[in-house]
Write a protein that binds this ligand. Structure first.
Ligand SMILES: [Fe+2]
Ligand SMILES: [Fe+2]
Length: 225
């Protein structure tokens, strides 16, 4: 809580109990135990009991008892958007333990400046370039780049991209609008995320104003390489 103002936070991909070093090493820790302890400490450093927190999936892996032990320590009114590691059995456990106020696949949050879809998986949003954009907040990719999918109107909210801290709504929107001002989005349909030839997302180095065209592809003569 900031003064009398209740804060809204977003975060994702705690992976409590996940012992593999590809998860906790890139986040700057020396063990999965230290990772869990620091994620909890940093979260509770910024979130207050009255705050609302949207946790966008992948709460725990491997050791569910340990995961629940960790989740029970987190402050705030918590809402879960289901991730690929939040299995039916784990969702049942979250319910039994009363961890979350609500559990959904995603949440639509209306804001004065934009509409927000908060979910586990990054999505391609339709009118990112408009004055009243629809923005997706998501995790799942574990990229340290918070703007990884910003060309599609999707902002990476996961711990990996934010020093293992949750992100306050206003902070995320400010970050997004500053980025948008510096990176104007081409008009539809020039911004297809997939190259029609190599099928990689933004895989082509030599993108012309038509993102969908591979280097060397000649639309006048047709055909693909
Ligand atoms: Fe994840
Ligand atoms: Fe995931």
């Amino acid at each position: 809580m900031d003064g009398d103002r209740i804060m809204i936070w977003f975060t994702s991909d705690f992976h409590f109990g996940h012992e593999k070093d590809f998860l906790w090493k890139p986040r700057g820790f020396s063990s999965w135990e230290e990772h869990a302890e620091q994620v909890i400490t940093r979260y509770n450093e910024v979130v207050d009991d009255e705050d609302t927190v949207y946790i966008l999936g992948d709460c725990m892996l491997k050791n569910d008892d340990f995961g629940i032990y960790c989740l029970r320590q987190l402050k705030g009114h918590k809402y879960l958007a289901i991730g690929n590691h939040d299995s039916d059995a784990r969702i049942e456990r979250y319910k039994q333990e009363n961890i979350f106020e609500d559990i959904q696949y995603g949440y639509r949050i209306r804001n004065g400046k934009c509409d927000i879809y908060a979910q586990h998986y990054p999505a391609m949003m339709g009118n990112y370039k408009d004055k009243h954009p629809v923005i997706c907040l998501a995790g799942h990719t574990h990229s340290p780049d918070r703007f990884q999918n910003m060309a599609n109107g999707c902002y990476n909210i996961a711990l990996d991209a934010h020093g293992c801290y949750p992100v306050q709504l206003g902070t995320a929107l400010t970050d997004i609008f500053i980025y948008r001002a510096a990176h104007p989005v081409p008009a539809y349909p020039d911004r297809s995320p997939y190259c029609s030839s190599c099928h990689n997302q933004y895989g082509c180095e030599a993108r012309t104003r038509y993102d969908i065209i591979c280097p060397g592809y000649d639309p006048m003569n047709g055909g693909t390489f």
